[in-house]
Design a protein around this ligand. Structure first.
Ligand code: GRF
Length: 205
């Protein structure tokens, strides 16, 4: 890991432990933002190690952007048409905003090797499956077609290989005979909202 960044993280952790400041965090989204909303609420409680000071999206269509207005958090859009250029701009924004931790929450763009390297070890993601099973999209559909007995969700570190970094926490969820795609997706999302804050506490302590 970049020594400067590691130093900053240690400093932030010290500040957190002495109660002086929370770790400045950005959340990246592309969709409805239920995890974002949940993380914002979590960030406001005393035991939360993070404060959310930036929301990044690749599309103005992300419904979750409304939470930026609702909770008065800075938001920025980057279209990722030119990935290199967008990432360069995001990196300088993160630097300006002194952000040292990134939570991906339904962010539908794949970050480059270079970007991940710059934030080495400090980007985490939530994925709606029991990784390493069902990386990528349509996880519930694939789990159901394969007649799995369990679905789940995973919070993991982001590496250059999609949905493959170290697992921080995972929650198993039973698929019952009554479940369909909608009910399963709802059950899993509800558990994601419990899992993500717990995983952040685990990861940062
Ligand atoms: C979640 O299921 C998350 O695991 C996946 O994308 C979905 C985002 O949902 N990566 P939301 O936008 O947080 O409601």
């Amino acid at each position: 890991m970049d020594k400067l960044l590691l130093g900053k993280i240690r400093l932030n952790l010290m500040e957190k432990l002495t109660g002086l400041r929370k770790i400045k965090t950005a959340v990246f989204i592309s969709g409805s933002g239920s995890n974002l909303k949940n993380l914002i609420i979590f960030s406001k409680i005393k035991k939360s190690p993070i404060s959310i000071s930036l929301i990044v999206s690749n599309t103005y269509k992300a419904k979750g952007l409304k939470y930026a207005n609702q909770y008065k958090i800075k938001k920025k859009l980057f279209n990722f048409n030119d990935i290199k250029n967008s990432e360069k701009k995001i990196l300088s924004l993160l630097k300006r905003e002194k952000i040292s931790f990134i939570c991906l929450a339904g962010f539908m763009k794949i970050l480059s090797k270079n970007f991940i390297k710059k934030f080495d070890g400090n980007i985490i993601n939530i994925h709606p499956s029991l990784l390493p099973k069902y990386r990528g999209l349509n996880t519930h559909q694939r789990a159901m077609s394969n007649k799995e007995s369990f679905a789940g969700c995973t919070v993991h570190c982001v590496t250059e290989k999609l949905d493959s970094g170290n697992i921080i926490m995972q929650k198993k969820i039973k698929i019952t005979s009554k479940d369909n795609l909608t009910s399963l997706a709802k059950k899993v999302l509800k558990e994601e909202h419990r899992l993500y804050p717990a995983a952040i506490i685990k990861f940062l302590s």
